[in-house]
Design a protein around this ligand. Sequence first.
Ligand SMILES: [Zn+2]
Length: 233
Amino acid sequence: MAKKIKRGKKVSKSRKREPAVKQQKPQKVVININKLLSLEEAVKYVVDLSGEKGLEVFKYLIAKGPMEENTLAKKLKFEKANAIRKFLYKLYNKNLVSYTKKKKGAKAWYTYYWKANPERLIFLIKKEYEDEIQQAKKSIDLNKANDFYICETCNRQYELKQALENDFRCANCNGTLVHMETSQVVGEKENRISFLNEKIRKLGEIDNSLPAVTGGKKSKKSRQNKSSKRKRR
Ligand SMILES: [Zn+2]
């Protein structure tokens, strides 16, 4: 299913990007950046984490490759490197960017080079979806195992024990409690799970190097060679 992916067609002003992954051992770039950044949830994740400015920094680093902190600040019209650091650190908290530091010549201080890790963004979003799926599955089990009653007026839900205690009246509005068809709730949750699985599948098309994130952490090293295992359960 691996598609050939052209990187960054749109970002034409940056012909000379790519160096992002060249520093260390060569690694296949399999992320479709344009596709990633066109995903609403991807943009939202970065903005929620670091604001619009943070998104700008993240995108710029993706487009241009690793960049020295001061240069980056200048290019993005921050007054000083200090001002951009706030955003870089927010991104760094989730590992969406990382840095290397080098000494330039005989100077006593370090120069920081930042780079974006877009593959990490895919991982993080997938993880959120996976967590929600787990929650939905729990809720399905709970609903199947218990009897629930619902107020016809305000929709508040009660377990059987509470409903009995309240004489099948709502504690909130005194409305009548009726037995709840859990099949509907379960159906809704199941739909949500399929929806999320579909989202995860789409994310998988953007980055073919990532295995499904079900069941916990994977080390970065184990990413390759695993795409064959990517199956929906
Ligand atoms: Zn009520």
